[in-house]
Design a protein. Sequence first.
Lengths: 353, 539
Amino acid sequence: MAKNFFEIKNVDFNISGKTKVKNVSFSIENEGDVVCLLGPSGIGKTTILRTIAGLEKINKGFIKLNGKTLSSEKINVEPENRNVSLAFQDNSLFPHYTVEKNILLGSDRNKDKSGKKISLKEIVDLLDIFHILNKYPHEISAGEAQRASLARSLITKPDLLLLDEPLSNVDQSFKEEIQVRLKKILSKLKITTIIVTHDSYEAFYLGSKCGIILDQQLKQFDDPYKVYHFPNSVEVVNFLNRGILIPAKVTGKNTLENWDLGTIEGNFIKEYPKGSNVQLLLQPEDLEHDDKSNLKLEVVDRKFRGTNFIYTLKTPSNTFIPVFVHSHHIHQHEVDEKFGIKRPIHIDHIVCF
Amino acid sequence: MRINFWYISSLIISTFVIIPILTVFSSFFEDTSNYYQILKETFLLEYISNSIILLTSVLILTFLIGTGAAYLVSFYKFPLSNFFKWALILSFAVPPYIYAYSLTAFFENYGTAYSIFKNLFGEGNYNTHIPKFDGMIGAILSLSFSLFAYVYILARASFLYQSQNFIDLGKNLGFTKFKTLYSIILPAARPAIVAGLSLVAMETLAEFGAVDFFSINTLTTGIYNSWITFDDLAFANQLSFFLLLFIFSLFILENLSRNRAKYHFNTRVDFKQKQKLQLSGSKSFLAFIFCFFIFFLSFLFPLSQMLYWTIKFPENLFDLQIIDLLINTLYLVFLSSFFLIIFALISNYGNRVSKNKILNILSTLSISGYAIPGVILAVAFITFIAWFDESVVKNLGFFSIKKIFIGSILGLVFVYFVRFYSLAFNGIKSGYEKINLSVDESSYLLGYSKRKTFMNIHIPFLRNSLLFVCILISLEIVRELPITLILRPFNFETFATSAYISASEDLLEAAAVPSLFLILIATSFIIVTSKYILKDNNG
C-alpha cells in the first residue's frame, strides 16, 4: 500500500476541553495535493487546523506528516518544530512590523531548505501586494492583510500549509483572480495544503479532495465532483443546499415514479429493489423548462441570480421545487403563472436516501 | 501545562514578591500589645473621624478638580486648552509632603505671602489677615492638589473614547450641556472615575509625609505610632488591613450598584471621533481660568515657592551635596527600574505561555503590594528578615544576613520592588493585552521558539510600554519617602529624605532645595511620558 504524505487517524479535535469534531480520519496521498474542509461557522474547522499546526493537543488517534508522527496521545511536536504553516483568518500580522518585514520573518524558515524556493518578488506579484509592502498592518484593509498573511505563510515553504478561510475578506471581484493565482503557486511549489472554508465554490475549485464537516463529524471526504453530485447523506445535501428531497417509488432499473412529476429516468448511483419507497434528491438543474409540456406547475417565487433565474414551483401536493432557467431565456414567468416542465424527466445521477 | 523556564521563573518571581505581603497578613493573626486598649480609651474615635473627614474631603475635591478639568479639555477648545491637556498632569511631580511645605511656607506668619504684602504695601499687620492652611485643611489641600491627576488622567481617557454619537444623542433628546454631562458623559465614564478615585483613596491612606507634617491624627498616625512607639507591628497591620477593607468595601458596593450595566462597546464599529466645541466669550474665559487656576495651584505654586526659597537662601544650595543626592536618587531609580522591568516582563510572559491557574493567582496576589502603605511593607520586610535570620539562617550555622538586607541598598530595592511591582506588572500586562495570542502562534508557526518569540516579536512591540513603565516607576521612586526613610543605609540620602529631614527639623527653607530638585526631576520624567499618558489616538 502506498504511504500517504499526510494522515489523520481517529482523532478527536478538542478546544478548551470541549470536543468539537469526533473521530476524524482522512489522508492526503501525494505531496502537493490540496484538500479543502467545508462546514458551517463554529463547527470546528479552525480547531482542526490549530491541532494539525500543534497549537492544540490530541488525546486519541494520530496525525502524521511525511511518515513522522506530529501528534498522538503521547507525542506532541511543538508548533515551531513542525514546519507546518497556518495562515489565520484574522491574519495575525505582527502589528509593529511593516508588511514587508512581516513576510520576510517567514522567509527565515525558508533559508536552509532545498528544492524550489519562492522569492519575495514572486510572492508579492502573485498576491498583488507591492503597494502595501511599506505599510503597517493597521494601515491596510482586511483583504490586503489577509493576502499579506498568506504571503508570509507561503514564503516559509512549509511541508504543510494550512489556510483558514484565506479569502474571506477579499473583495468578490478580486477573489476569483486570487483563487486562480493561489492554485497556480501551490501547484508550482508542490505545497501540500489544507484549506478551511465555508465557500463551496472555493473548495470545489481549489481542492483535489473535499471534506464536509457537520454535526461534529467528517461526513464525507471525496473528490469535489462526487461531493457535489453524489452526497452521501441528507445532512450533506442540506448543507450544500443542492435542491430538495421528494418522495418517489422505484419502478425499474432506471426509473422512479413521483406523484407530482410522474416518471423520472436516469442512472441510480446505488441499487434499490423495485417497489421500494425512497427520498429522491431533486436539484435545480435537473428539471428543464418547456412551455409546450403538459406538466405545468404554479410559480410561487422567482429569484434573479445574474446568469440564471431560480423559479420556485409549487406541486399539487404542496411541495416547493427549485428550477434553474438561463437568464437569457426569452419567456419569463411571473408569480402565479403556470410553468411547463419538459417530459420525460431525465436525471444523470439519481441520488436517493 | 508544561514546566519550562518561563513557568519556573514566573513562579519564583511571584513567590518572592508575595513573601513580605504574606508577612503583613500573617502578623494580622498575632497577639497585639496593649496599645489597642490605650488607643480605644483615648484617641481611637478621633483618629477614625479624622480619617473619614480626610478621605471624604480628598475624594470630593479630587473628583471635582480631576473630572472638571478632564471634561473641559476633552470636550472644548479654549485658549491654551492643548497646553493644559498635558500641563495638568505635572502635579504628579509634586508629592503631597512638598505641597504641604509650600502651603505652610507661603501662608505662615511672616511667610512668603507676608513678604509679598510687605513689598507691595510696606510694613503692616498682615499676618492676621492671611488665612492659615494648616492642620486638616492643609492636609486636604496638599493631598487633593497632588493626587487629582489620577482622576484627571483616567476620566480624560474615558471621555476621549466616548463616541460623538453620545453627544449627538444628548442634543437629539433636547438635553442641555449640563444635562448631557451628568446623564450621559459622567455615567459612561463612571468606571474610569471610580478607578481614579480608588487610587486617590489608597494614596491618601498610605500618605506619610504630609499627614505627619501637619500633625493630623488619623488612623495612619495610629499605624505609625503602634509600630514606632509600641513596636506592635501586628496591630499596625490590623489597622491598615481594616483601612483597606473599608476602601475595598466602598468600591465593591459601587461595582455592585452598576448591576449589569456596560460602559464600553465591544467593537469600534459604533465609534465616531469627537469634535471639540470651540468656546467663546465668557465661557471660554471661565474655562481658561478654571484650568489655569488648577495648574497654578497644583504645580506653579509649589514650584515657585521652592524656587523662591532656593534663591532667597542660596547657602542651602551649597550646604547640600546636590551631586551626591542626585547620584543616590538616580542609582535607586536605575536599579529598581531595571529589576522591576526585567522580572515583570519575564513574569508576564511566563503567565502568557503557561496559562496556569496557580500562577495566575500568585501573580494577582503579587501585585497587591501597591495597596499596602510603604511603611508597613518596610516594617514587614524587617520582621521577615529578622525571623528568617533567627529561625533559618542561624540554625543552619550561617552568618547573619540582617546586614545584607536591612539598612542596605539591596533591601531598599527589594521593598521598592514589592511596592511597585504592580505598576511594572500591570503596565507591561496592558501592553501585552494589545498583542493578540494568535501573534504568538503565528510566530511559533514561523519556526520561532518561545525565547525567540519573546526577544524578536514581543520586546520590539512592547518597547513603548516598557519606556512608559520605566519612567512611571522612576517617578514613584523619586517621590517615595517612608520606605527610603526606614530602609536606607546609614548616611545615604535622596532628595525626598533630605527634604523630609530638613522639614521635620523645622528648617523649611533648607527643605526647599531638595524639594525643588525632586520636582524638576519628576517633571522631566512626566514630560517624557506625557505622550503615553495622554494618548490621543483611539487605538
